[in-house]
Design a protein around this ligand. Structure first.
Ligand code: 2PG
Length: 228
């Protein structure tokens, strides 16, 4: 039996400021740092300890991972950082305030952009201050101009199948420190949630979610580590 531990990064500066974030690389707030540490303490207390780790190339997830691993004395495990685990790209909404966007476009439209399965936000214009195509961490990668959850799933799942699932099948305990929507993509797949139902699923920050694996198969329901 191996365990998959999913952790959404702690509160970020733009979670706090209520701005659409996506691929923009914002830092954790003090509260976010504390949430990440608490996740690590919980893993230690429950004796659920990762043997290998994955994260995105965004500092809020990387720092959350490091802080959590430090608390459970697992800073020594192998870590892979990969852009396939990045947050969903928020396109032209990146940087905008969520409430101001609701005031301008209406609650329903903003809900569709945020939570619909396959409607992507408007594309980010080339040359926008939030354009990351020239960022060295994305050299050789076709940086998306926007992504729906469906498009996010299309890049998260092949990576999951190729890089992460084989390690669980070999008996490793894997932690993935990632983002609200890249984790919704994984949970949708692992818990077999329909396209309609996924609109209602929210992933809380800094709260480890566990799946038990038997070889390459999920053997049970997902649960919060705090309830185990
Ligand atoms: O801004 C974002 O990138 C995400 C996650 O914080 O927000 P949302 O809740 O709209 O998916």
């Amino acid at each position: 039996m191996s365990k998959l531990i999913l952790v959404r990064h702690g509160q970020s500066e733009w979670n706090l400021a209520n701005r659409f974030t996506g691929w923009w690389d914002v830092d954790l707030t003090e509260k976010g740092v504390e949430e990440a540490r608490a996740a690590g303490r919980l893993m230690k207390e429950k004796g659920v300890l990762p043997t290998t780790a994955f994260t995105s190339v965004q500092k809020r997830a990387i720092k959350t991972l490091n802080l959590a691993l430090e608390e459970c004395d697992r800073l020594w495990i192998p870590v892979t950082r990969d852009w396939h685990l990045n947050e969903r790209h928020y396109g032209g909404l990146t940087g905008l305030n969520k409430q101001e966007t609701r005031d301008k476009h209406g609650d329903e439209q903003v809900h569709i952009w945020r939570r619909s399965f396959d409607v992507p936000p408007p594309a980010l214009e080339a040359g926008s201050e939030f354009d990351l195509s020239d960022d060295p961490r994305y050299a050789g990668i076709d940086v998306p101009r926007t992504e729906s959850l469906k498009l996010t799933i299309e890049r998260v799942l092949p990576y999951w199948e190729e890089a992460i699932l084989p390690l669980l099948a070999k008996g490793e305990n894997v932690i993935i420190s990632a983002h609200g929507n890249s984790l919704r993509a994984l949970v949708k797949h692992l818990s077999n949630i329909s396209d309609d139902e996924i609109t209602g699923l929210e992933i809380p920050t800094g709260e480890p979610i566990i799946y038990d694996f038997d070889g390459a198969n999920v053997s049970g329901e997902r649960y919060y580590l705090k309830d185990a």
